[in-house]
Design a protein around this ligand. Structure first.
Ligand code: ADP
Ligand code: MG
Length: 697
């Protein structure tokens, strides 16, 4: 049954099919429901009139009341403008128009009382307001006690008189009609607990705030509600899975003990041990594991993954590990093969470049169970890849993969879904993790292996290049290796290569006796491989590369990372790149090269890198700078499209909402209690509109 809120906006008085179509095309708003959830993105303060003598250029917007004393057009051609002297009892200010002069001149009259609103600016010693809003004073606008909502519109809409005010009017009409249709969506208990205002009131004051305090209450209430239902969905998803999906039980740890006692080349950190225990507990529990493993670069996630594989393989099943790039898959394969050989396990690698005959052989080996461990790129999730008994699927550097890929891995075992371990490359801020992976259990490695010296990070301007080259020389003489990384310039692959080639040339000239590798995305993968291997084997001392080396690559002897045009990289990427050094016992360095001229944001990024090595701290700054959508990449941003909550600002509300959702489900897992009827009704209505709710039965 269609509800009142499904009514199409063309039926609003004064709208009609044409305008409605335009609004739909420009803003994606089609129904009454869409419209009243089109919240203002800011508010103009119309709560007071400023006396003109108090108006100065630092005020954001001001509202004043008075009369025009004089109007004249001055200047010629492009500097032609209409200037009006506007006065009240306390002083005079100038109003200026550069466009629409004729029209404004006709409309305005001397001696009439007007309300003027705009941004004051200093012009020499005078203060003026350019292109102000101006209306005849009425009993209504004289009260001056409101915050004017400002809505997103578009140029096309404004051309058809659909400006912010017009939208506000439409919303007012709908709100007045919807009196008997807006239901409370939260249970009384939560409303009391968090002293929330009710839904109807919140909607009213978000659009037509009575005052600051009511606006703040409306915002809090709507943000809380939005986050509450997101968290409820995620927690419910988790609960359903726990109830529904049994997991295979793996508890034969003999293989693992063998490895631990005879082959493990170092002591695990306490954090690694704790995480392994958490994972073991899951895999013995009879429930399917879905766990996120967070750990800073270099914290040793790979060995944790391998040890978990051993429990699975030792218990007679198979394990897989998927990496986002070929280079990384290679590296994992090489690293794990060394251990696997010691234990007599069969491990293979599958990627886009695997030959046909090799593929066939791998497919067969996976099916008959003779291959124990498969490492690969996303070639590994293709349907043709089938296992005899996949017990554990690991995804490394998850932020490059989407949720859909996770699901594909699930489907690779028909009897029991495989246990899933998702490892992130870079720490994610808590608010994001709670939302993107809110349905997973989370483990954190919050400790680096002993003996690591913190990487020293320096920011140098290009003018210092000779000194930097000198420093590189002295490090090479000490036997170290060096990365020099150039940015990818997405608009132009050609420019990219030129950048890289020029850099390579200048380094070759500066280091005539040194062997240099070069790796970039346009190379054939065999050539890439060959160059990587030369560097890994220490046949070359400098690796010149684009960001293809960003993730995961591990060469402990490399102790210097030089990043060219560092201002072009995002924080997460810089941190990832820096993580390529500092893996051995030597003091390592990261040198960020830039020109003098930098944007404010770029400066914050560079300063952050110099200040801290802590990935969680860096992730937080990144979130503040870029907002949640960009951080995670496009694949998952859909989950983060929120109407009013903002993960970079609303961490506290999110935590409250998460706790509230968790308490609610603890008390009433199926939401069948009478007191939760509002929740259930809201879920039903959300299910109609949001894909994500549909997954829950
Ligand atoms: P990441 O968490 O970034 O994937 P890796 O798994 O690549 O990190 O580990 C980085 C390096 O640290 C590797 O050379 C690995 O062998 C080494 N390593 C891992 N754990 C320890 C440990 N407990 N003690 C010493 N070195 C370790
Ligand atoms: Mg790694």
């Amino acid at each position: 049954m269609p509800s009142f809120f499904d009514t199409r906006i063309e039926f609003i008085k004064g709208v009609g099919p044409q305008k409605a179509a335009l609004i739909g095309a420009e803003l994606g708003l089609f129904t009454y429901g869409d419209l009243i959830q089109h919240y203002p993105f800011r508010y103009e303060d119309r709560t007071k009139f400023y006396p003109i003598e108090d108006v100065h250029a630092d005020l954001p917007f001001v509202q004043i009341k008075g009369r025009i004393r004089k109007m004249e057009t001055i200047g010629e051609m492009r500097s032609k403008r209409l200037v009006a002297q506007f006065e009240d009892e306390t002083g005079i200010i100038e109003l200026v128009w550069f466009k629409g002069i004729q029209w404004v001149t006709k409309k305005l009259q001397l001696g009439v009382d007007y309300v003027v609103f705009g941004k004051p600016a200093a012009f020499g010693r005078k203060i003026n307001i350019a292109h102000p809003e101006i209306e005849v004073l009425t009993t209504q606008n004289e009260k001056a006690s409101f915050l004017q909502p400002v809505y997103n519109t578009s140029e096309k809409m404004k051309a058809k008189y659909l400006d912010s005010k017009a939208i506000s009017k439409m919303i007012r009409q709908v709100m007045l009609l919807s009196e008997n249709h807006i239901y409370e969506t939260l249970p009384e208990k939560l409303i009391g607990q968090f002293t929330l205002i009710d839904k109807k009131l919140a909607l009213w004051h978000i659009h037509f705030p009575g005052n600051d305090e009511l606006l703040a209450k409306a915002r809090f209430r709507l943000k809380f509600e939005e986050l509450f239902f997101i968290q409820l969905r995620l927690l419910k998803l988790k609960l359903t899975r726990i109830e529904k999906y049994r997991g295979a039980i793996f508890n034969d740890s003999s293989l693992l003990t063998d490895f631990y006692n005879h082959h493990l080349p170092f002591d695990l950190t306490n954090a690694q041990k704790r995480v392994i225990k958490e994972i073991y507990f899951d895999m013995k529990s009879g429930r399917q594991m879905n766990r996120l493993l967070q750990g800073d670069v270099g914290s040793g996630k790979t060995i944790v993954a391998f040890i978990c594989m051993l429990l699975v393989v030792g218990s007679g099943a198979q394990a897989s590990m998927m990496a986002p790039t070929e280079i990384l898959a290679d590296q994992h394969y090489e690293g794990l093969k060394y251990y696997a050989d010691l234990l007599g396990l069969k491990i293979r690698k599958l990627s886009g470049s695997s030959k046909r005959s090799e593929r066939n052989e791998i497919h067969a080996g996976l099916l008959d169970g003779s291959i124990h461990i498969l490492v690969g790129t996303h070639a590994l999730i293709e349907d043709i890849v089938q296992f005899k008994n996949l017990g554990l699927a690991i995804i490394d550097e998850q932020h490059r993969f989407g949720v859909a890929q996770r699901a594909k891995l699930w489907a690779k075992n028909k009897e029991f879904y495989p246990h899933m371990l998702v490892m992130t490359a870079t720490p994610i801020p808590r608010t994001l993790a709670m939302t993107l992976y809110g349905d997973l259990d989370v483990s954190v490695i919050d400790e680096l292996p002993a003996g690591r010296k913190p990487i020293k990070t320096l920011h140098e301007y290009d003018a210092k290049r000779l000194q930097v080259f000198g420093f590189m020389k002295s490090e090479i003489e000490k036997g170290r290796q060096i990365y020099v990384v150039y940015p990818l310039i997405e608009e132009s692959a050609k420019l990219d290569l030129k950048h890289l080639d020029d850099g390579y040339e200048s380094i070759r000239r500066a280091f005539p006796d040194v062997h240099i590798s070069i790796v970039h995305g346009k190379m054939k993968s065999q050539d890439k491989d060959f160059e990587m291997q030369r560097f890994i084997k220490h046949e070359t001392q400098i690796m010149v590369a684009t960001t293809v080396i960003e993730v995961g690559v591990n060469v402990p002897n490399a102790s210097v990372m030089v990043i060219e045009n560092a201002e072009r990289f995002g924080l997460a990427q810089l941190h990832q790149l820096r993580g390529r050094v500092g893996r051995g016992a030597e003091q390592s360095y990261c040198i960020l090269m830039t020109e003098y001229k930098l944007s404010k944001e770029a400066r914050v990024r560079l300063e952050t890198m110099v200040r801290t090595n802590n990935g969680f701290e860096i992730a937080d700054v990144d979130l503040q700078l870029r907002g949640p959508g960009d951080i995670t990449g496009t694949q998952q941003s859909g989950v983060l499209d929120m109407l009013i909550a903002d993960l970079s600002k609303d961490a506290q509300i999110l935590q409250l909402a998460r706790n509230a959702a968790s308490d609610t489900l603890d008390d009433d897992p199926n939401l069948t209690k009478e007191e939760n009827r509002n929740i259930l009704r809201q879920i039903k209505s959300l299910k109609k509109t949001t894909v994500n709710w549909g997954r829950i039965s």
